[in-house]
Write a protein that binds this ligand. Sequence first.
Ligand SMILES: *Cc1c(COP(=O)(O)O)cnc(C)c1O
Length: 427
Amino acid sequence: MSLSEDQILNIDNRHIWHPYSSVNTAMQPYVVDSCNGVNINLKNGRSLIDGMASWWSMIHGYNHPELNLALTTQLSDMAHVMFGGLTHEPAAQLAKTLVEITPQGLEHVFFSDSGSVAVEVAMKMAVQFWHARKQPQKNRFISLRSGYHGDTFGAMSVCDPVTGMHQLFSEVLTQQHFTEAPQCGFNEPWNEGYLSDITQKIEQYHSTLAAVILEPIVQGAGGMRFYSPHYLRGVKVLCEKYNLLLIADEIATGFGRTGKLFACEHAEITPDILCLGKALTGGYMTLAATLCTQAVAEAICEGDAGCFMHGPTFMANPLACAVANKSIELLLNSDWPNAIDNIQQQLTDGLAPCASFNTVQDVRCLGGIGVVEMKEPVNMAEITPAFVEEGVWVRPFGTRVYIMPPYVINNSDLATLTSAFVKVLKP
Ligand SMILES: *Cc1c(COP(=O)(O)O)cnc(C)c1O
């Protein structure tokens, strides 16, 4: 009993929500039959080169034999078991690896199902930390404009207030503090003046602040902006000076995307709390993790609650942990720095012609990310089919048209992607 393409679209159109979509005026989605390597194979017979790595996650490509095997092997032991009072090898192995490969000092791992939940967990850790330290008034957060941290209420409250539509939810969102988006680009000359806005806000509000939350080095879905490691280091120093925790949301940047295994390494800092997700399982399963230091974990557990107050049903799902273990092993056993370096070079060269278009504001590349920022928001109904016509899958938002391919992509497929950008974006 299989459905035809028309039947699928019909049901989809009538009953299914897609991300940030309207049920009234939704663009018709493309029906995917299968995926392998860097290819998304549509039911209509077309094959598209994936320029999005399924939103930062599918770093080794689709239908990878070793990841498939890791899953099926785990499946024959157990697909899932509750994590309250029970533990298992896939979770133990993954926690050990994450503690080893993340910045020095992060010792405790809390597993959850999605990035947004990992951010909720991080924020709850920070609030519980100060509560346990008998400073319950320290319960607000300061975050950066143009930031993105997820779609649940806590996470939303620290997303950019404009692109995060705080207006719509103003009655229910916790009021947080915002500082300007970092103004010094990744490679731009640094001076301390770039820290003046956040310094002033922290000086003003620190007595009620639990933590600074930010995406290190690359602001993703809130703007695709790259900023100076000096800024990140400066914020870490401010956090120490004013007694704030630092939460690094590496859900998008983790596992090599920016050219370092974790973006915090660009500034050689350890945050107090770190969020991971997206590429954690090589894009295979939904899994996220929140790591914290010994000091944070100990303080929380010495508080009134005596424990950390969170526990998802599907915590540390064994299938997800098993495939994450294999994905990290594949990554670490590959020459990923060279692969990312090559992608950065190919994107830089291939997207360069876009810089001369009068419709283009800026072209920038960092690690495995290439961004063409337009002066006006793109028309999705026109641009999506135009990219598909060129044999590539690209999903812009607003003025940002960008590529973050699987790390295994070859130069010929990269060239197809960048040529498609030049052709489709040409005014
Ligand atoms: C995607 C993302 C999230 C949210 O993750 P979900 O798995 O979609 O809930 C949070 N923070 C950052 C930086 C992200 O890129």
